[in-house]
Design a protein around this ligand. Sequence first.
Ligand SMILES: Nc1nc2c(ncn2[C@@H]2O[C@H](COP(=O)(O)OP(=O)(O)OP(=O)(O)O)[C@@H](O)[C@H]2O)c(=O)[nH]1
Ligand SMILES: [Zn+2]
Length: 363
Amino acid sequence: MSFAPDVTEILARARADLRMGVPVVLSGPQNGALVMAAETLEPQRLADLRALGGEPVLAITARRAETLKARAYDGDVARVILPPDVALGWIMGVADPADDLMKPMKGPLNSQRDGGADLHRLAINLAKSAHLLPAAVLLALPDPAGFAVENALTLVNAALAAPLLAASPIPHPVVSARLPVEAHEKGRLHIFRPEDGGEEHYAFEIGSPPRDKPVLARLHSACFTGDVMGSLKCDCGPQLRGALAQMGEEGAGVLLYLNQEGRGIGLANKMRAYSLQDQGFDTVEANHRLGFEDDERDFKLGAQILKSMGFKSVRLLTNNPRKIAMMEKNGVTVTERVPLKVGETHHNRGYLATKAKKSGHLL
Ligand SMILES: Nc1nc2c(ncn2[C@@H]2O[C@H](COP(=O)(O)OP(=O)(O)OP(=O)(O)O)[C@@H](O)[C@H]2O)c(=O)[nH]1
Ligand SMILES: [Zn+2]
C-alpha cells in the first residue's frame, strides 16, 4: 500500500502549481529542469532563477516562433535563449502576442540547438493543459530530485508523464438526475469526471433513446461567450439551442456538453485570441500567433462518453468533418451527418467563412 500520488496525480498538482506561479521540476532519463510558466512568472522568481546561474531558455511552440522569426530546431518547439540582461517584460513580449503589432522588434531571438527538447515540449504541454499561454522558462538542473526535495517542489517523471499528457483521460460517470428543460420535459443530465483531475463534462439525454439504434447526437464544445452571453461573434448559442430543439421535436437525443472552451485553449486564451481578432487576424491566425494549433480539442472524449452510455452509432449534428472522423476512429459509427446551420449574423460571417476555408467545415 502506498499513499504516494501516482504520475497522473502528480501531473494534476503540477498544473495547479504552474497556474499559481509555483515552479515544478521535470526529471528525464538523462536530464532535469526547473520549469516556470511564462504567464505566471513573478519578478522575484525570475531573479531567484537567475541566481542559480546556467543558461535559462524560454520554450515556445513553433507556431509562436514563426511569428517571431525565431528558429525552431526541434520541430514543434523552439528553445529561445534568455539574454542575461532581460526583465520579465521581455519574456512576456515573446510569450504573449498582445503587443506584437505595437512593438514588433523583439529579436533577433537566438535559439538553442544542442541537446534535446523533450522536457521543453512537456513543459509547453503542461502549460497548455493548465490553459496558460504555451510558453515556459526552463533551467537545466544537475540533480532534479534533490532540488525538488530541497525546495518542496512537485517532481514530475518526464518519461512517464509525457505519454499520459498526450493521452485522453477516461471520463467516469459520477451522477445523473432528471432535468426537464424548455426543449423537452423528459431530460436527464449526466456528469462525467475525467481521471486526470481535469474539467468535468456533461451529457444531456432527451427521452429514452434506444441504445441499439443510431441516436441523434451533438458534440457541443463549451462557449461561455456564445452559449451564455449570446455573443454574435460565433454561432455556438444558436447551435446549442437548435440541437436541443431538434432533439425535443424528435423526442430523443443526446447532447454532449464538453468543457473544451475556445477549441480547447481555455476562456482566457480565447479572449486573447479575440483581442488579436480585433487587430485584424482571423480565428485561425489568432490561435497560431498565440502559439496554439487551430483546434486543440480532444474529440475522443465524446466517443468515450457515448460508448459508456451504451450508444454505438449516431446521427451526428455537425458541420465539422473532424468530429465525424474522430467518432468513427474511436468506435462510434456515424450513420448520418445532420447539418446544423443556424445563427449566422453579420458579426460572425467572416468567422464562419474562415472555418469553412481553413478548418474544412462543411457549408
Ligand atoms: N480559439 C477560439 N475558439 C473559438 C472562437 N470562436 C468560438 N470558439 C470556440 O469554438 C468552439 C466551437 O465549438 P463547436 O460549435 O462545438 O464546434 P465546431 O468545430 O464549430 O463544429 P460544429 O459546430 O459541430 O460544426 C467552442 O469551444 C468555442 O468556445 C475563436 O475565435 N477562437
Ligand atoms: Zn462560440
